[in-house]
Design a protein around this ligand. Sequence first.
Ligand code: NCD
Ligand code: ZN
Length: 345
Amino acid sequence: MRSITIRRPDDWHLHLRDGAMLEGVIADTSRHFARAIIMPNLVPPVVTTADATAYRERIMAALPKSDRFEPLMTLYLTEDTSPDDVEAGAKSGLITAVKLYPAGATTNSHGGVRDMEKAMPVLECMAKIGLPLCVHGEVTTPEVDIFDREKVFIDTVLDPLRRRIPELKVTMEHVTTSDGIDYIRSAERNIAGSITTHHLIINRNAILVGGIKPHYYCLPVAKRESHRLALRAAATSGDRRFFLGTDSAPHVDPLKECACGCAGIYTSINTMSCLAHVFEQEGALDKLEAFASLNGPAWYGLAPNEETITLVKRDTPVSFPAKIETGAGPVTVFDPMFPLHWDVA
Ligand code: NCD
Ligand code: ZN
């Protein structure tokens, strides 16, 4: 196959940041994607409906005038989040989901939840009104090895939570392990998982072999090869519970290339080319539309996009910049370590 047309995709997990970085990155998403779930981990985080309203306005102001793009806003769950504010935000149509960051799990998550008990009133309210909870599924307990944090989260936080509030819809974001895939597959309802572009392509060797490679470091950290293969199988299966959330997370190079580099990989610009490559390798180009354009909206109760995009396989590789320049500084673009021939026409 040399060309494929699919409904316009959406990104169900995206970091756009704010200010000069927002202005520098937004076009890389709005060029190909119709909608994206916008992560609330700004400094300070987006915690109230009023914060989300103001952030949405800043996103719309930064959007290229020629692009139609809808940011789907989220609230950052804290131990003080008010159920009434969440309910009002959801009912107004502004808020698509609430995000749970276990405190300290990742970039700008120190204000996240330490004691799940304190979040129960909000979670119960969300279950009642059908508002999904997006989870960063990693425990932060120092004793737990970083490569085991997702599995331990499933066993000690996620599964108990879902047993306690079975009506709560949970998106397990950026699944990185076969344990996560198996957990979602084995559940009867009310759970789905997003998968990033980069976790379909790299395993932990990319970060650690031949020198330390900060531009392959993200959280959850890439795991061993068997996990990557499980993610690939899930993403390319067509199973409605799995969909794209790029977790494209720009950081300026000086903050990645240093003694304590930030977690995050920037993939917005070449995600669709990378995905077409992966799906073709798996003999599953016919499942790309389900993963990138159909399963996500179905889970979030939205209609798929009416518009389409066409991907064309070029004879010569498509070139992407090694870095983009933003007003905040340079941001290195994800290098899949193979030439990309698929191009969004
Ligand atoms: C994200 C970021 O930089 O905000 N980083 C990352 O490695 N994915 C936070 C997150 O989603 O964990
Ligand atoms: Zn993220």
